[in-house]
Design a binder for this molecule. Structure first.
Ligand SMILES: Cc1ncc(COP(=O)(O)O)c(C=O)c1O
Length: 387
């Protein structure tokens, strides 16, 4: 990528990564590259230690440090969500989810529903992302097994009331699955506080790791079927998946170079501190949101929930299609962003931008204030050039 490009697509995947992330993945491939849990030689033991360290670091970062075995390594948030959804649901179950969910929730639910396995109810959020809990209460059925909610919308950045939803689920003996793809590494995610039964994370967004790694948290006592079975290097005499966590849900060779990178992403966040990251990203986001709001013809979509928001800002400009705007932003101003529906069609219906979508600027810890200024100037120029 050219030096002078501005990367505003961190909600899709973060870039750049901390220097140690690149180095750890490369060093692992060049000097270790053994299969953890499989052989007994020195390099295998090194690989096992690395996985253990990464698992412990992730668990403690998420507030469940005493239970590292409940953190499962996956491919990404989509993988984690599929494992959770398909692992806990049984024929006849009913599921409640919100209109801000990503296709990685909507599609697995859609296929189970089309195949006659489950029934579902979607609860609509307000355009600001606010969610009236009464809507969830009204959707409860005697056979409701699971409630799914994203922690923050990947379209507007609004943080949803997940603690309240989790409490409601527990009071009603229902499982709660949290999708923390857009929050972990950007704002604090404390699983002891939110208390979900299951939580999905991705390694390549604000956790600053490489693509191909994700996490699934499974609370003690949650009954879940493995949807991937196979070699774990343990109990090899049996044709049955070992029941011990994390092997129970972790068959097959891991993305170890990716996990070596994720370990360094987590170390970077630890060293910088999540509160500094949150504060910095939120101040940049406020400048971007405020600046866009002052430009005529620009409509910035609200993320005004009382829980706050993450660094995701969606907007449209009257008189220019969002896709075309994204093209002009890259070609004429070197700004890389994402346009369209962002894999969240009902979120766009919620904010009234379906089917044309919006332009989304998503910020990360490595963005700079001067990039915000440049982007605001670019938008002003585009607006003034419109007929
Ligand atoms: C809210 C949300 N959930 C899930 C996902 C899927 O994440 P991944 O691409 O890591 O599978 C995304 C990705 O953009 C997302 O924004």
């Amino acid at each position: 990528m050219q030096e002078n490009m501005i990367y505003f697509d961190n909600a899709a995947t973060s870039w750049p990564k901390p220097e140690h992330v690149y180095k750890a993945a490369e060093n692992y491939l060049r000097s270790i590259c053994a299969n953890p849990g499989r052989s007994g030689h020195t390099r295998t033991i090194f690989a096992e230690r690395l996985l253990y360290e990464t698992r412990e670091r992730a668990a403690s970062f998420l507030g469940v440090g005493e239970k590292p075995e409940r953190i499962i390594f996956t491919l990404n948030a989509t993988d984690s969500l599929n494992m959770a959804i398909k692992g806990v649901l049984e024929p006849g179950d009913h599921v409640i989810y919100t209109s801000m969910e990503h296709n990685s929730v909507l599609r697995p639910l859609g296929s189970l529903k089309r195949n006659g396995v489950i029934t579902t109810t979607m609860v609509w959020c307000e355009p600001s992302g606010c969610l009236d809990l009464q809507r969830i209460k009204n959707a409860l059925r005697p056979h409701t097994k699971l409630i799914i909610c994203t922690h923050a919308s990947n379209v507007t950045g609004a943080v949803l009331p997940v603690e309240e939803i989790s409490r409601l689920a527990r009071e009603n003996g229902i499982l709660f699955l949290l999708d923390a793809a857009q929050t972990a590494g950007s704002i604090p995610v404390d699983l002891q506080k939110i208390k979900p039964h299951l939580a999905a994370f991705t390694g390549h967004k604000s956790l600053l790791g490489p693509p191909g790694v994700g996490l699934l948290y499974v609370h003690d006592g949650v009954k879940i079927k493995p949807w991937r079975e196979g070699g774990t290097g343990s109990n090899s005499e049996k044709d049955r998946q070992p029941e011990l966590m994390p092997e129970y849900l972790e068959a097959g060779t891991m993305n170890t170079p990716g996990l070596a990178g994720l370990n360094e992403g987590l170390k970077f966040i630890e060293k910088t501190s999540i509160s500094s990251i949150t504060e910095y990203e939120q101040s940049l986001t406020a400048k971007l949101r405020g600046g866009l709001g002052e430009i005529r013809r620009v409509k910035v979509f609200d993320a005004g929930t009382k829980q706050g928001s993450v660094g995701v800002v969606s907007f449209t400009i009257e008189g220019i299609d969002s896709g075309e705007l994204g093209f002009v932003l890259e070609q004429s101003f070197g700004i890389l962003c994402r346009t369209g529906l962002h894999c969240a069609p009902y979120a766009h219906q919620t904010i009234g931008t379906f089917p044309q979508g919006t332009v989304r600027f998503s910020l990360g810890y490595f963005n700079k204030e001067k990039e915000i200024k440049h982007a605001l100037e670019a938008i002003k120029k585009i607006v003034s050039s419109l007929p």
